[in-house]
Design a protein around this ligand. Structure first.
Ligand code: EPU
Length: 416
């Protein structure tokens, strides 16, 4: 099992390119199941979760051609509607196949994901939404068994705004009979991006990116081309790493518009920021970061996927802060690992109280989930001495070549 060893050695500096967004690419890959014609994608990130999604598509009978970050997916010969537990438990995004398979083939048999390292993560919003569209759903032996000769458009209001449930429903409704109106939808930019692709495939979706989305169902969709947008969380992760090491970096091939809240917090922490259309420069030279309070909430507020990285920053910052996690009930596993590096953090339910320490000290630590891994890497870059991060397969699920990219920014980092 790979480990990453980092020797803290001061400021990150230079330019770094971000990859396409994992969480935008996953629903797009599932959308390939909605048509028999090829979907041609570019800027697809080379991360493990994408590999898992492609393996799943191939298991269902789709043809997958990959050339670097370009991908052609053709679902003309789908011969299975069964999505096994082995894949769903390693990558919960597999649930995104439920809506497309059911809508196009009238049936799907998708494993329930179960809990994961960050919380119980139910999928009731996906199920209730599809039931509103007329699906007949039974849970049997840990599987969601869904049937519908043809889904029917309906008016559905989500109880909780869920990113992947919104995505599942707009994909399903695109092939339903008649009009669907979805309310209390999630607002994350990945949803607007998916709708843009679906519209290019012949769907008729309005309002994606707002809480009310209207979908006029079509009898079939066709192939299309699409470029996966930049990863806002990878962008934010590099910026926080630069801030924690008092560095000066430019993040390229990104979109500052998706990160307004995170950029505001970095400025509050003392960073100087400059932005262009597709780049962000962060300068934290010769300054210790200031502690900033964080409260996670659905987009456009502060993202849960950046909480762990800011925990590392606050652990090193001047002053005390609170970090409140409102999205997932168990997303503080990185705290115990940061404490091993000398961080002063107290947990009170959903709130972490962080008293910044001038220095952290390298230690052997264990990654517990994707963003927790990023948090430990950031802490290690800014710590004295060596840190060995175990279980970095979590990191590889969502960050493409992060060790190589950090080395290019001057980090002393290697895989063993
Ligand atoms: N929820 C329900 N019922 C549901 C679905 C969600 O109660 O059926 C609750 C969840 O428990 C949570 C809240 O709704 O409290 C929001 O969860 P959401 O469904 O929006 O999360 P998700 O769609 O499963 C996506 C990302 C996550 C990211 C969250 C929140 C993908 C593939 N995953 O998950 O990404 O944390 O939105 O922004 O898009 C990551 O990349 O590290 C990651 C975990």
């Amino acid at each position: 099992m790979d480990k990453i060893v980092i020797t803290g050695n001061g400021p990150l500096q230079g330019d770094v390119h971000v990859a396409g967004a994992k969480n935008a690419a996953l629903p797009i890959i599932a959308a390939a199941l909605l048509t028999a014609q090829p979907l041609q994608l570019s800027n697809v990130p080379g991360v493990r979760d994408i590999g898992t999604a492609l393996k799943l598509l191939e298991m269902l009978g789709a043809a997958v051609e990959r050339d670097g970050t370009n991908l052609t997916l053709t679902s003309s010969n789908i011969n299975s509607l069964h999505v096994p537990y082995e894949l769903v438990k390693t990558m919960r995004g597999s649930i995104l196949t439920l809506g497309p398979l059911l809508a196009r083939f009238g049936e799907a048999d998708v494993s329930l994901p179960g809990g994961c390292a960050i919380g119980s993560r139910p999928v009731n919003e996906h199920i209730m939404g599809l039931q509103s569209l007329g699906a007949d759903i039974d849970i049997e032996g840990g599987y969601i068994k869904a049937k519908a000769s043809r889904l029917r458009g309906a008016h559905h209001t989500f109880d909780v705004p869920s990113v992947t449930a919104t995505e599942n429903l707009i994909m399903a409704a695109s092939l339903a009979e008649g009009e669907t109106v979805l309310e209390n939808c999630a607002l994350e930019p990945e949803i607007g991006d998916l709708a843009e692709l679906l519209n290019r495939m012949g769907a008729n979706i309005e309002g994606a990116g707002t809480s009310k989305i209207t979908i006029e169902g079509k009898t079939e969709l066709h192939g299309a081309e699409h470029r996966v947008p930049p990863d806002r969380i990878e962008t934010g992760t590099f910026l926080v790493a630069a801030a924690a090491t008092r560095g000066d970096i430019r993040v390229l091939d990104t979109n500052p518009d998706y990160l307004q809240h995170v950029l505001g917090k970095l400025e509050q922490a003392g960073a100087e920021l400059e932005t262009g259309d597709d780049w962000i420069r962060l300068n934290m030279r010769d300054r210790r970061p200031q502690a900033v309070n964080i409260t996670t909430a659905p987009y456009p507020a502060f993202p849960t996927d950046m909480q762990a990285q800011f925990m590392a920053l606050n652990a090193l910052a001047e002053g005390s802060s609170t970090v409140v996690e409102n999205i997932f009930e168990n997303r503080f596993m990185h705290v115990a690992e940061l404490q091993r590096m000398g961080a002063d953090i107290e947990l009170q339910g959903h709130t972490a109280i962080v008293k910044g320490r001038e220095r952290l000290k390298g230690a052997p630590v264990m990654a517990t989930d994707l963003r927790a891994s990023a948090c430990l890497i950031i802490a290690a870059l800014a710590a004295d001495g060596d840190t060995t991060v175990d279980r970095v397969y979590h990191l590889d699920r969502g960050y493409a070549n992060i060790d190589t990219k950090l080395a290019q920014l001057g980090a002393v980092i290697h895989r063993v």
